[in-house]
Design a protein around this ligand. Structure first.
Ligand code: ADP
Ligand code: MG
Length: 815
């Protein structure tokens, strides 16, 4: 039997396990098959040949398919990857759809400068327009919303002999020499030396590794230049790499540039051009930007116009004090607060709108003839905790109603939320309906499938995994099975609901690790489903949300809490190691490996510079893959292809790689019971709740485990935070500590708290603002539930567009 013959056979088994029992010959054929050297695949095939029950056949066939796909990818790395091409085509189609919409909107309202497509702006053109659109920047308004990441102080000229290493500065000097160096790299490396005056010794080296043609000719000894950039120390000399330069005439005064906004990088758009496009867009579009907060409320709440705040953030006043500059750089200016208000207001408006829409919407009561509680318990292989029992009862009570369940299940890392989700799923399937189980990432979805499949099999549920990029034929079949009701349970990412997948009878949607989705996304997820008869909704999160915030963020949800861990858990021993003692931490890892354990090594992903983050994880990988070669080392980060990610994860799960070097992609939900060491590099860069989540990945198998925090913390705050983590294993206490302990200057702030991501709002700081925004939104909805009054038209438009374009960029980067 060849691989080509095997594939359809397996697919058939997944889709219709009982329709076509295996013939004896086929079974023998399967057993004899040795398609790969992969023992797990071969075992799976043998088990499949021997399988009796439909559930078993389905699960084994699905597993074999997945393993086969992974093996074939591993075996033929050069083969063109159809999935990637598929994805590219899909992305392109999506972009084009978005663009078509923008153009249509523009044609419909030609008088609105804010809606002008970017490529029609002066100087943008097709190619740059394409690059902007690729990042979701489609209109003039999107450009206006593309706010600076920070501000650089270029108000004063620092004399050449007073430069401070490590800081960005503006200085002036006279060229004393200019020459190529290095010779390698097609001769494009260049260095220029500047001195305070002609004929003096050079004191600042300007270095280009990729010098544009003709660069050196522009630096003639004796000429004066104004240069800007971050000063480094290279072999004891001051140096600026790839500086910004500007020639000064003999009588020109150096010209300070004020406070200069620093914009996000958009691939394919030179930074200076981006800045000028933004200025151009502001000039025409700013007065036309939609403000969600209506004028009357703006007055009542003493808010400046949104447009003024947006404009100010693009044009920082040159006379701000140093303190003020710090505040602007930490997104704590009054203008940022104004944008935060707008952001909260839109969210609250969406939540209230959801309530209005939900009124009168019916759900189908899920009443199982024989509640499968006992069977699930047996399939799980452990006794449920008291808390798991309690929350399950709450869920069953909701499911029995004819109004849709809207419930948030909150429980610390490792408290067993998946089991509760499976109980609910089994209940709904027993009542004759379908369940969708969704996770924020493909890795997590696969992980869930891995833990769900055996339980589903033991219960006779027909389950399948749907990710974004399966082969078209496979996707088609799964979709058909969902449409026909031939599948009971589908596990996937949110792509599941966004790509027009139809269900025969979808009655329960479970969303795991909800904080990764964001509240707005959650609202949209349910929108995609059939609204006449809404599915019940269960969202699960490990993030403990302080009571004050719970209402504002999840005011549309009931809350259940799992407040105990399964018996016999041994919390990981947590220890902090200053970087100088990293070796000791590595020795710990080695000891665990010698004793048969497995280890995660997590490196931070650095959101402003993906390249740096990538370099860090790759460097650690290359170091450790030498040192721990005997144990097998796998690498996992967001830039890998989906199949490379799952192959890496698979190797770790099977124990072929006993060390997994990864970015925070492993943060949520990954469950490898044998893993017993978690080493975190640069732990000072993580938020406490995030560290707690990471730590929750080990110690799941009941054995002793350790969490090693290697850090370069300099401030007392950072050290206190890490100590708090060493001292307690209680997620709620950690979340509180996290709220209290945000050290000033620790910019990495809100993305790491584990709280839902906002672009401007910081929930730990802005809780009162959120409350105000909620109150304001409530007033709007009370007066005009459908947002039909003319003064609410902009709010309506903002709601409709609220998750497109640059407003989304930051959140995507965070993922
Ligand atoms: P989380 O709440 O973090 O999603 P999981 O559902 O992944 O937690 O459960 C963590 C681990 O605990 C899993 O390996 C699961 O099988 C196990 N587990 C869950 N509930 C219990 C229980 N009542 N008794 C023993 N082990 C349990
Ligand atoms: Mg989980």
């Amino acid at each position: 039997m060849t691989r080509e013959e095997l594939l359809p056979l397996l697919q058939q088994r997944v889709l219709a396990p009982d329709a076509a029992p295996l013939s004896a010959a086929m079974a023998a054929g399967l057993r004899a098959l040795n398609i790969t050297k992969d023992p797990v695949l071969n075992d799976t095939l043998s088990a499949l040949a021997a399988a009796q029950s439909a559930g078993e056949i389905r699960v084994l066939a699905a597993r074999a398919l997945r393993l086969l796909a992974a093996a074939s990818h591993a075996a033929q790395p050069e083969a063109p990857a159809p999935r990637k091409a598929d994805r590219k085509a899909r992305d392109k189609a999506r972009l084009e759809r978005g663009q078509a919409r923008a153009l249509k909107e523009h044609r419909a309202q030609p008088g609105r400068p804010a809606l002008r497509p970017v490529e029609t702006l002066n100087g943008v053109g097709e190619a740059l327009g394409q690059a902007l659109r690729a990042r979701g920047v489609r209109t003039a308004s999107d450009l206006a919303w593309l706010l600076p990441l920070g501000y650089v102080d270029e108000r004063k000229i620092t004399p050449l002999d007073q430069l401070v290493v490590g800081q960005r500065q503006l200085t002036v000097g006279t060229v004393v020499s200019a020459r190529p160096f290095g010779g390698g790299h097609n001769g494009r490396m260049a260095e220029v030396w500047l001195a305070p005056e002609a004929h003096a010794a050079g004191v600042l080296r300007l270095t280009w590794f990729r010098a544009p043609p003709g660069l050196l000719a522009r630096f003639v000894p004796g000429m004066r230049y104004q240069v800007a950039g971050t000063v480094e120390s290279f072999r004891g000399q001051n140096q600026i790499t790839h500086p910004e330069t500007q020639r000064l005439g003999p009588n020109d005064e150096a010209a300070p540039r004020g406070i200069v906004p620093r914009y996000p990088t958009i691939a394919g758009v030179p930074p200076r051009r981006l800045a000028s496009f933004i200025q151009r867009a502001l000039a025409s579009a700013l007065p036309d930007i939609d403000e969600a907060v209506p004028p009357a409320l703006r007055e009542a709440y003493e808010l400046t116009p949104l447009r003024a705040a947006l404009g100010a953030l693009h044009a920082p006043p040159a006379d701000m004090s140093d303190d003020e500059l710090v505040r602007w750089n930490e997104a704590r200016s009054e203008h940022h607060a104004r944008l935060a208000f707008e952001e909260f207001f839109v969210l609250e408006l969406a939540l209230f709108r959801r309530r209005v829409e939900d009124q009168g919407i019916l759900a189908e009561p899920m009443i199982a003839a024989a509640p499968p509680l006992e069977r699930v318990r047996r399939a799980l292989g452990f006794e449920l905790t008291e808390a798991q029992r309690r929350v399950s009862a709450e869920i069953f009570a909701d499911l029995a109603k004819d109004t849709p369940m809207r419930r948030l299940l909150q429980g610390d890392v490792g408290s067993g939320k998946t089991a509760v989700g499976m109980l609910a799923a089994a209940h709904v399937v027993a009542a004759g309906a379908q369940v969708a189980f969704m996770a924020p990432t493909e890795i997590l979805a696969e992980q869930h499938y891995r833990s769900v499949a055996p339980i589903a099999a033991a219960l006779g549920l027909r389950a399948a995994l749907v990710l974004g990029g399966e082969r078209a034929s496979h996707r088609k079949k799964t979709r058909k099975a969902l449409e026909d009701g031939a599948l009971d349970l589908v596990v996937g990412t949110h792509a599941l609901l966004s790509e027009g997948v139809r269900f025969a009878r979808l009655r329960l949607v479970i969303i795991d690790e909800q904080h990764r989705f964001g509240v707005g996304q959650r609202l949209r997820l349910v929108d995609k489903t059939e609204r006449a008869l809404a599915p019940h909704l269960l969202v699960m999160t490990a993030t403990p949300i302080p009571r004050t915030l719970a209402l504002a963020l999840h005011g549309d949800l009931e809350v259940s809490v799992i407040d105990e861990l399964p018996a016999g858990r041994v919390p990981p021993v947590t220890r902090a190691y200053p970087f100088s003692e990293r070796e000791r931490a590595l020795v710990q890892v080695e000891r665990a490996l010698v004793a048969g354990g497995q280890a995660y090594v997590v490196c931070p992903s650095i959101e402003e510079s993906e390249e740096t983050g990538l370099a860090a994880v790759e460097k650690t990988f290359s170091e450790l893959s030498k040192r721990f070669a005997a144990y097998g080392v796998a690498l996992l980060h967001g830039r890998l292809k989906a199949e490379e990610k799952s192959a890496a994860m698979e190797r770790f799960v099977r124990g072929e790689a006993r060390v997994l070097v990864a970015t925070t992609i492993v943060e949520v939900g990954v469950d490898v019971p044998r893993a017993n060491v978690m080493l975190i590099e640069n732990a000072e860069r993580f938020g406490l709740s995030q560290l707690h989540q990471l730590r929750g990945r080990v110690g799941r198998g009941g054995q002793r485990s350790a969490c090693l925090l290697v850090h370069q913390a300099v401030s007392q705050e950072s050290r206190t935070r890490l100590e708090a983590l060493c001292e307690t294993a209680d997620g709620f206490r950690i979340a509180e500590a996290d709220l209290q302990l945000r050290g000033p200057g620790e910019l990495f702030g809100h993305r790491q708290s584990g709280l839902p991501g906002f672009r401007f709002g910081d929930l730990r700081r802005d809780a009162p603002l959120l409350a105000k925004a909620r109150e304001a939104a409530q007033q709007v909805i009370a007066r005009d539930p459908e947002l039909q009054l003319p003064e609410h038209a902009p709010a309506r438009a903002v709601l409709e567009r609220s998750n497109e374009g640059p407003r989304r960029i930051v959140r995507e980067e965070a993922g």
